[in-house]
Design a protein around this ligand. Structure first.
Ligand code: ADP
Ligand code: MG
Length: 682
């Protein structure tokens, strides 16, 4: 018996050259090979008679060779071999291109199993390049479900299949890591069966079951990993904070906090008192006041003599946080500094020294705050705003920093519960489901193209009142996607022909980082009336003076994304509006967009989005911080994900620390997944 760790070269027919090809697929060992799963299957189990073959639908059939194959040399590099076959229902002409093997292996008078698709024209039916095997040969390419593998140059599907089949014959598949109880409950194939079935299923149904098992396993391992991470952090000891009298902080605020804000703050204070590092996600719609919750946490830390760091995804956001927190904290005697990449070396040095000496209680900056050479005297609270760029592995690295700081992650993207568990399974969650009072909803309208003059008039009116307007287009350049508005061209059209007297700015993702930030900052300062942009503005600085958001070809976006975009307006005192345009007349699409006009509840919208479009939007363009799943396609396997999450939570609770071989194997697999994902989980 061979071992999973043996190199592929121990297989027959796999020499150095072939091994190199396998290496291109990241396959070095028998184990790698066995875990190289098919990307799909061809059902070659159906056996038909010739008269029942359907044009262009490949199938197997049994037929006798009616003549000796004849090869004719057409021209250099093109040989045609023709042969006629028949069963009791009909005859069929076969044509093979450049296939010497045929002439020697199709023998007149003998019976074979063929697999191919007929093509038909007015002359008659014909079949090109079918595969075939003798009736008494074991089915390798016919009469079976054929796995189709991801390939690389020089490596054919047949070669991969042959190697995998050999590997499975000479070594045991990876050991079982899913507990029997779990497998029984969810109807999951055992590992032993599944690894064979995924490569050589007896039926499409069995292939499906094997696939489900692998997906389930992937989700199970990942979810269990998050739970273990969470448990490990709960084991860590840090000195609990003294409970802080919050009155001075509350008194310093120009408003009273919402119930949801107070609840979140109390949960954070509870965490601080526990003696283990906090791991908390604060989730709340744009404008729900997450910054104040973070500020309260900073206040507690400062009153306990500890330092905090607040990280924003961009410099401008960092500056904005700095400005508002500085104003809030100065009268409370809490010192705040800003540290960003664009500061001069000298400025940075001064700030770093202040941080290192402990004079500073709060440092605001970009994520570089934690990675660069900044040293804190006593950092005990790390806050990450806009969590998308702050994934699982960054979180786990943070706890590896030695000081075990409390972690507070803030997210403005409502995420349905199932997905939130996948992305933040290692975090406790506080939800801000209440907006500060007096906040008026952004009135949202869906309009057809015929409203264009009215839209333009509306933009003009907002500008005349001194307000600003965003216009979001789905594409940057015209040729990028046909039939949708492209930001560059649309900005030009508007400037030249519609609003020559208004100041129009342009912002899109292909611009350089600094250029983007500068354009956004200028818009925030009121230096343009209209900003034509792509979705890059989704996360961005506050422009309270912006009162109108026009979203062109709104049907091109997911609901959650539209909601997020809409959140860029309605941040000031003035009444704000969102106009969605669409050429699309599909009733379902219009229904979807109308739903957005009716509700402002981000969580409801997110659930709806998940139902309608699958989780792609939540993981797509945004950096999700998730590992690259090998098998699981999140847009199809939501049901399996849910099951695996429930199962892993139950299992961890019961056996997470037990020392059965199964539990040990599972823990080893988790370690592997998280190590393998270091690079991809950002
Ligand atoms: P988020 O980060 O959740 O989008 P912010 O923290 O930026 O929201 O808050 C949005 C605005 O609402 C800010 O101007 C903030 O000062 C204000 N704000 C926050 N909490 C309250 C409250 N309880 N009452 C009134 N205004 C509030
Ligand atoms: Mg915010």
């Amino acid at each position: 018996m061979a071992r999973l760790s043996d190199p592929v070269t121990i297989l027959k027919g796999v020499g150095a050259a072939r091994a190199k090809q396998f290496e291109n697929l990241n396959i070095r060992t028998l184990g790698d090979l066995i875990c190289h799963f098919p990307r799909g299957y061809e059902d070659r189990t159906v056996l038909r008679t010739i008269d029942h073959l359907e044009v262009d639908v490949p199938a197997c059939f049994k037929a006798v060779v009616m003549n000796t194959p004849r090869t004719s040399h057409i021209r250099k590099g093109l040989d045609l071999t023709k042969v006629q076959v028949a069963d009791h229902t009909a005859r069929l002409n076969l044509t093979f291109f450049n296939n010497r093997y045929v002439a020697d292996n199709l023998v007149y008078g003998r019976e074979y199993i063929f697999y191919g698709a007929v093509s038909g024209d007015f002359i008659g039916y014909n079949m090109t390049n079918p595969v075939f095997e003798a009736v008494d040969a074991p089915g390798v390419t016919t009469r079976r479900v054929l796995p189709i593998y991801p390939l690389t140059a020089g490596l054919s599907n047949a070669a991969v299949l042959k190697a995998v089949t050999q590997a499975l014959a000479i070594c045991d598949p990876p050991e079982e890591i899913l507990p029997e109880a779990v497998r029984t409950e969810y109807g999951i194939l055992p590992a032993e069966v599944a690894y064979h079935a995924i490569h050589a299923p007896d039926s499409m149904d069995e292939a499906q079951q094997a696939r489900k098992r692998m997906i389930f396993e992937e989700f199970f391992v990942f979810s269990a990993g998050l739970s273990l991470m969470r448990a490990a952090r709960a084991e860590k000891k840090v000195r609990p904070f003294e409970d802080t009298d919050m009155t001075p902080f509350y008194d310093a605020l120009p408003f009273s906090l919402t119930g949801a804000q107070k609840r979140a703050i109390d949960e954070i204070r509870g965490d601080f008192g526990k003696g283990a590092p906090m791991n908390r996600l604060v989730q709340g719609d744009v404008g729900s006041g997450k910054t104040m919750v973070a500020a309260a946490a900073v206040y507690c830390a400062a009153r306990n003599g500890k330092q905090s760091a607040l990280m924003a995804p961009t410099e401008i956001l960092a500056e904005q946080h700095y400005a508002s927190l500085q104003k809030l904290f100065a009268p409370l005697g809490i010192s705040v500094v800003l540290l960003t990449g664009s500061m001069t070396v000298k400025q940075k040095k001064v700030v770093r020294e202040a941080i290192a000496s402990g004079q500073v209680q709060l440092a605001v900056g970009t994520h570089a705050l934690l990675t660069d050479s900044t040293e804190f005297r006593d950092l005990s609270l790390v806050i990450a705003d806009e969590q998308h760029r702050f994934g699982v592995s960054q979180r786990s690295k943070l706890s590896g920093k030695g000081e075990d700081p409390h972690l507070l992650v803030m997210s403005a993207t409502p995420i349905p519960r199932t997905l939130a568990l996948l992305m933040y399974g290692d975090l406790d969650v506080s939800i801000l489901d209440e907006l500060p009072p007096g906040r008026e909803a952004v009135d949202t309208f869906l309009v057809p193209e015929s409203y264009r003059p009215r839209i333009n008039a509306f933009i003009r009116r907002q500008a005349a009142e001194g307000h600003q307007c965003f216009i979001v287009c789905p594409a940057v350049e015209e040729n990028q996607e046909l039939g949708v508005k492209a930001a560059v061209a649309w900005a030009e059209t508007l400037q030249k022909t519609v609003f020559p007297d208004l100041r129009i700015a342009l912002l899109h993702g292909q611009m350089k980082g600094t250029e983007k930030e500068e354009t956004m900052a200028a818009f925030a300062r009121g230096e343009a009336d209209v900003m034509v942009a792509t979705t890059v503005i989704e996360v961005g600085v506050d422009v309270p003076n912006a009162t109108l958001m026009v979203i062109e070809d709104a049907d091109r976006f997911g609901l959650s994304q539209l909601h997020q975009l809409r959140g860029r307006v309605g941040r000031g005192k003035a009444k704000s509006y969102c106009i969605l345009t669409s050429h699309n007349r599909n009733p379902d699409t219009l229904q979807r967009l109308k739903a957005l006009c009716k509700t402002t509840d981000g969580f409801k919208i997110a659930e709806e989005d998940l139902k309608l479009r699958g989780p792609g939007d939540f993981f797509g363009s945004r950096q999700s911080g998730l590992p690259a799943f090998q098998m699981a396609d999140l847009s199809f396997d939501l049901g399996t994900l849910k099951q695996a999450q429930v199962a892993s939570a139950q299992w961890i609770e019961q056996y997470g620390t037990s020392d059965t071989p199964e539990a040990a194997a599972l823990r080893a697999r988790i370690g592997e997944l998280f190590r393998r994902s270091e690079g991809t989980m950002n």
